[in-house]
Design a binder for this molecule. Structure first.
Ligand code: SIN
Length: 544
């Protein structure tokens, strides 16, 4: 290991979203030799699909305390208050850093940032760029900076596994795409520290807002290496994705996200008869926490035999033409996608359904991205920092990536100089591998396990471990997953490795969901008696 006097540490960052890019840029500033590897090209991370924006206390009449409170409330009591305070307090500095790095957040005629409101925020503290293209703007600016930095970049390099030696993570094993050869070649890269920034796992589900790269690779690698993970039962479903596919592909994801910011501007949710139904579930209606709105939509869809509900933006301005002009200006990406599907949302409500969106849990970290495995860090969606608890507050994800990415990038040199990797002891006991302790009796025989495939896994999780779960469904999912896991396979292609990763993460998710018998935040069990926010009438109907 190098020392503070000779700080040429080798650091490998795996992943190229906001968290990985910020970590790499900070680590290289501290004199590290940074290699960033990514399984696609740099720009193809989940970050670029983020529409709504980035939350932060950037206005004089907003308060850190309020951002902290909103985040804790959305997290349904399971967030780590210290991590939340770090997020809110350091957020503004990170947003200013993004501005310095070239991110042009939208401003009004006077040059002030335009304020955006999203669900469960008590103040319109969301900054956006290009209307609804915030993630793209951030990704572009950070990639541009990275390309002129000393960070070495290896694209099309898939993380097969972490290398663990003497109880430390000492590198990564990669499958490097050697186009046009089909299988790529295996390579091992050694390093002093590895940072997982591999994003989430939306590909676990049949319907997701995530691009196809979101296959839980970092979480699976950490689990295989014996790292602690937590909160995997908390998968957030976004309430509003556009029903139906575009003729021309408008997105890398199969379900096109319609930002919560549209509801923040005043759009409403209506059933197929035109009735607003969100207030049945929560006094804040369409702007209630995301998990509440998503379940309200799912319940409404059930009552109308699975047909989608509608998002009505037709009244946002005085006339349809004015509304059309406003929507095209404020939400250019969504406007294009809606129109590609032959819909005119200035004149008619558009069909929307929920889809898997964001994994709150992940590889357990401390406040500097350190994991339970010495010299392994995790940042961004792959990490479980404790910020999101049981349900992430809208637009806190880009912020989390920036804040904790910077912290990890700043921590590596002093951690190495200290000669110890401080997180190991603190986190060793917090393993979220609840699948190892499945309650007896919840697992059913898997007589009906179909052959293993990604489609079959996605359908299984959608049906049995989705927005609404119960013990029987989870037990069924657990037994099918166990049957699939018991069959020895030898993955050779990137897609096959991804499938194995999805299986590992699915088992851990379902195991954790089985263990948590109460409904909280995004984890909603219909067989649970504790329903904090569900109106009694709905509860009675569901139970019946
Ligand atoms: C959205 O724009 O609705 C998504 C933003 C987020 O997930 O925070």
């Amino acid at each position: 290991m190098t020392t503070a006097q000779t700080p040429a540490l080798d650091v490998i960052v795996v992943g190229s979203g906001i968290a990985g890019l910020i970590t790499a840029l900070h680590a290289v500033e501290h004199g590290c030799r940074v290699t960033l590897v990514t399984k696609d090209v740099l720009e193809h991370a989940n970050t670029r699909y983020a529409q709504g924006g980035i939350a932060g206390v950037m206005f004089d009449d907003d308060h850190i305390e309020d951002h902290v409170r909103d985040t804790l409330t959305a997290g349904a009591g399971l967030s780590d208050p210290v991590a939340v305070r770090v997020l809110a307090e350091e957020g503004p500095a990170r947003i200013r850093e993004l501005v310095e790095l070239g991110v042009a957040f939208d401003r009004d005629a006077e040059g002030a940032f335009v304020k955006g409101l999203e669900a469960a925020h008590s103040y319109p503290r969301i900054l956006h760029s290009g209307g609804d293209a915030t993630g793209t703007a951030i990704e572009k600016a950070l990639v541009a900076r990275l390309r002129v930095s000393d960070v070495r970049v290896i694209e099309h390099a898939f993380l097969v596994d972490l290398v663990v030696r003497d109880a430390r993570v000492t590198g990564v094993e990669l499958l490097v795409d050697d186009r046009p050869a089909e299988l790529g070649r295996r390579e091992t890269l050694e390093s002093d520290a590895v940072v997982l920034a591999t994003g989430g796992a939306g590909e676990l589900y049949a319907h997701t807002t995530n691009p196809p790269v979101a296959t839980g690779d970092g979480i699976a690698a950490a689990i295989r290496a014996g790292g602690a993970v937590a909160d995997l039962e908390f998968f957030q479903f976004h309430p509003t994705v556009l029903e139906g596919k575009a003729d021309a592909a408008g997105s890398g994801a199969d379900s096109f996200l319609v930002s919560e910011a549209v509801r923040g501007e005043g759009a409403t949710l209506i059933d197929e008869h035109g009735r607003r139904f969100a207030f049945d579930a929560h006094p804040d209606g369409e702007l209630a926490p995301r998990d509440v709105v998503a379940r309200a939509i799912a319940r409404q869809m059930e009552q109308q035999d699975g047909r989608p509900v509608f998002l009505d933006a037709t009244h946002l301005r005085a006339t349809p033409d004015e509304t059309a002009a406003f929507l095209a200006r404020r939400f250019p990406t969504i406007d294009r996608a809606v129109r590609e599907r032959g819909l005119d949302w200035a004149r008619e409500p558009i069909p929307v359904t929920p889809a898997a969106h964001y994994l709150m849990g992940g590889v357990t970290t401390d406040l500097f991205g350190r994991t339970s495995l010495p010299s392994l860090y995790a940042v961004g969606e792959v990490a479980r920092t404790g910020v999101h608890g049981a349900n992430r507050l809208a637009s806190n994800s880009l912020l989390e990536g920036a804040v904790f990415g910077a912290r990890a990038g700043d921590a590596i040199v002093p951690d190495a100089a200290s000669g110890v990797w401080p997180a190991a002891d603190a986190l060793a006991g917090s393993s979220g591998l609840a699948s190892a302790s499945r309650p007896a009796g919840d697992t059913l025989p898997a007589a009906d396990a179909p052959p293993f495939s990604r489609d079959a896994l996605q359908q299984l999780l959608w049906e049995d471990a989705g927005l609404v779960r119960d013990g029987a469904g989870l037990g069924h999912a657990a037994s099918v997953l166990a049957a699939w896991a018991a069959v020895a396979r030898s993955p050779r292609t990137e897609a096959e490795f991804e499938d194995e990763n999805l299986l590992v993460v699915a088992e851990a998710l379902v195991g954790a969901a089985l263990v948590r018998r109460e409904s909280v935040g995004a984890h909603f069990r219909r067989d649970d008696a504790v329903r904090h926010e569900t109106p009694v009438a709905t509860l009675t109907a569901e139970v019946a």
